[in-house]
Design a protein around this ligand. Structure first.
Ligand code: IPE
Ligand code: IPE
Ligand code: MG
Length: 251
């Protein structure tokens, strides 16, 4: 069984550039990283944003074609106003400062999550970079902002229910593919691997539907300390696993 059976294989992916490795990351530990140094949590988020730039730059050479990053959950509004506003400012600045580089490097940037609650300026920046990079395909970078898996599934269900109520679809035609197509991630393949930093072994509402058969890796490294080297190490370790998708082991 070759690369397809395992879903990803670094050796195969360089030989076969069409192989679409999708890695999703729960970037956790910014606050603890800063607190351990006696600094405000926002300093950790700023350092975390620097790590995002490095990982995005390194991803294509590691065989990653789809990179999905969890930046702000539907539950993160529970944090202090200062932290929430600081994070939203960081997202805007990231888009403003990285737009030229992302476009030049062939990155297609998209966002998942419910946008209605986000500030108008940030939403315009998000729409702008999505439109500007829509023709790129070297790396599909998806950032989850005000994202929650349950919220996403509920919105998808609402969309399908509305379509059925309007007579645009037959309720009997609502199957897994229809729900999949109504999610924010429509058009993206399912993640092959979900990595969570900071030592927590939980999913925290990330890609609940899409990660049904993903491999998971949990590392104690705090996100501001996570490097492309560690990512490469994780990828080579995971590449030796056999994915069975409910079938039987390969002979
Ligand atoms: C992850 O780091 C970033 C976001 C959730 C926005 P945290 O801010 O959760 O850092 P810890 O988990 O408190 O250390
Ligand atoms: C998950 O981290 C969300 C993001 C990384 C954006 P949290 O820090 O919010 O998750 P919990 O609270 O530890 O589950
Ligand atoms: Mg956290």
């Amino acid at each position: 069984m070759g690369a397809r059976a395992r879903g990803y294989d670094l050796a195969d992916s360089s030989a076969e550039p069409g192989l679409a490795l999708h890695v999703a990351v729960i970037m956790d530990g910014n606050g603890r990283w800063a607190t351990a140094r006696g600094w405000p949590r926002l300093v950790g988020h700023r350092r975390g944003a620097e790590r995002v730039k490095e990982i995005v730059r390194a991803a294509p050479d590691l065989g990653i074609r789809y990179l999905t990053l969890y930046a702000f959950s539907t539950e993160n509004w529970k944090r202090s106003t200062e932290e929430v506003i600081g994070l939203m400012g960081l997202f805007s600045r990231y888009i403003e400062r990285e737009a030229d580089r992302l476009s030049a490097e062939g990155v297609r940037m998209r966002f998942i999550g419910e946008r209605g609650r986000l500030d108008g300026k940030l939403r315009r920046l998000m729409d702008g970079i999505e439109a500007r990079t829509a023709g790129n395909a070297r790396l599909h970078l998806t950032v989850a902002i005000n994202y929650g898996g349950r919220n996403e599934i509920a919105r998808a269900a609402r969309r399908l229910a509305q379509a059925a109520a309007d007579g645009r679809i037959d309720p009997a035609a609502i199957d897994e593919a229809a729900l999949d197509g109504a999610l924010d991630t429509c058009g993206l393949p399912a993640p092959d691997l979900v990595i969570r930093t900071s030592g927590e072994s939980r999913v925290s509402n990330f890609l609940l539907w899409q990660a049904a058969y993903a491999e998971y890796e949990f590392t104690p490294t705090l996100w501001p300390d996570f490097t492309p080297d560690e990512l490469a190490t994780i990828l080579s370790r995971v590449a030796t696993r056999e994915r069975r998708f409910g079938g039987v082991a390969a002979q």
